[in-house]
Design a protein around this ligand. Structure first.
Ligand code: SAH
Ligand code: SF4
Length: 412
């Protein structure tokens, strides 16, 4: 189907690559969520519309789906009343199914979601004074087994489809009540007029830092982000999207060229033995090779620096020497860099402790004195296991009945 390549994924398990980009539904209707204009047009032609009609309708559908957030064909006022049921018989505009939603005391929200074929994954929304960041998952599970990461203890179940990836953004917009209403498209009823909310959005940024390694699901992540960035779609700037990779060197250039978003790299250690241990992918793509790929990343500049993520693990990677070596390496490769120091977030059974606040401050100061910004990230949503590295489908811990009860109490 479509343009999905089967990519071999290294790791300690042999995943079954998923070559499909639409998850089949039991009722046989096709979910349009995640499809670009030309795919929608082809589906309309297959269903019997002539080429001219199909092109026009695809353009209208695209606008309604991605710009207006419509999920019901009946809401599409510029599509004829007879055409709308014809569409509804054949297609749906889906969202990931919500299994459970949680609210942290610090305002962070976490959703446990489910694909149409029954796989659980998670998404997190982190509100701040000046921005709202949605942390999106790219895979169910992960192949990479980083030792400090909860997701890494799950096996890879499968890649998410473009619809399941962009569907997270759509769902967040639904939950935040952020679809533009009102004065567009000649809709001028009094109630809607003046409520067009394209500016001042709560959801301003997207980070691909949820479950999974986005560069091992490259095609689907790229196609989903293209919908998010499309001017007639969700229309989010590439400057507000950050993709985090554990260091899949061969895909980094394509990431810059074909997606063009900001890059974050999970460095976490500056010596081979330590990085080999905590980020096992390092055995395949070493530190120098990774930093060279960062230096070559298309679009990186002092105005658009690469973020290096560094999880603070007590007694493992947090010494003064580590900090000095970090500065040396970033300078050696002349990288336009900033460093994010992430206090380790514990999870049940994790083998590490977080460095002390004093140690983290000392580490940060050394990096700052080396001329590189190194803020310490405040952990968010720890009380609901929504912080970095804590995502693992906690649904496993709850009974189906408990989850159903909670799901019913959710705002949609
Ligand atoms: N797979 C990608 C993106 C998802 S992880 C990657 O590894 O970059 C998002 C960030 O959270 C990564 O930097 C990851 O290393 C970090 N992380 C994972 N587990 C963590 C934990 N327990 N505490 C703090 N950060 C963690
Ligand atoms: Fe996978 Fe990223 Fe977790 Fe490593 S840190 S196991 S790459 S999700």
């Amino acid at each position: 189907m479509a343009d999905t390549n089967i990519m071999t994924i290294p790791g300690q398990v042999d995943p079954v690559p998923v070559a499909r980009d639409i998850t089949p539904r039991e009722d046989g209707r096709v979910d349009l969520m995640g499809l670009p204009r030309d795919r929608i047009r082809a589906l309309l032609e297959d269903a019997g519309l002539d080429a001219r009609q199909a092109k026009l309708r695809a353009k209208q559908l695209f606008h309604w789906i991605y710009h207006r957030g419509a999920t019901d064909f009946d809401a599409m006022t510029d599509i004829s009343k007879t055409m709308r049921p014809w569409m509804a018989e054949r297609f749906v505009i889906g969202r990931p199914n919500v299994v459970e939603a949680q609210h942290s005391s610090d305002g962070t929200r976490k959703w446990l979601l489910q694909t149409d074929d029954g796989h659980d994954f998670e998404m997190v929304f982190i509100p701040d004074a000046d921005r709202g960041t949605l942390c999106v998952s790219s895979q169910v599970g992960c192949t990479l087994n980083c030792t400090f990461c909860h997701t890494g203890t799950m096996r890879l179940v499968r890649n998410l489809t473009p619809g399941e990836i962009v569907g997270q953004v759509m769902l967040a917009r639904d939950a935040l009540g952020e679809w533009p209403r009102g004065v567009m498209d000649g809709l001028d009823d009094a109630e809607d007029a003046g409520h067009y909310t394209a500016d001042g959005r709560l959801l301003t940024n997207i980070v691909l830092m949820g479950m999974g390694e986005p560069l091992y699901n490259f095609d689907h992540v790229r196609n989903a982000m293209n919908l998010v960035m499309d001017g007639d779609g969700l229309a989010l700037s590439k400057r507000r999207i950050t993709l985090s990779t554990s260091g899949v060197v061969p895909m980094m250039e394509r990431c810059g060229e074909e997606i063009g978003v900001n890059l974050a790299v999970s460095l976490h250690a500056v010596t081979k033995p330590v990085r080999d241990e905590i980020v096992p992918l390092n055995r395949k793509y070493g530190i120098e090779e990774l930093l060279q790929a960062c230096a070559d990343y298309p679009g990186a500049s002092n105005a658009r620096r690469i973020t290096f993520e560094y999880v603070m693990l007590k007694g493992v990677n947090d010494s003064d020497d580590d900090a000095r070596e970090l500065v040396r390496l970033l300078k050696q490769f002349d990288l336009p860099a900033k460093v994010n120091l992430i206090p380790f977030n514990p999870w049940p059974g994790s083998a590490y402790e977080c460095s002390t606040p004093e140690r983290i401050r000392a580490f940060s100061n050394i990096v700052f004195e080396g001329g590189i910004s190194a803020p310490v990230r405040t952990p968010r949503g720890r009380d609901i296991d929504a912080a970095c590295g804590q995502l693992k489908t906690a649904a496993q811990k709850k009974s189906r009945a408990e989850r159903d009860r909670e799901a019913l109490a959710l705002p949609s």
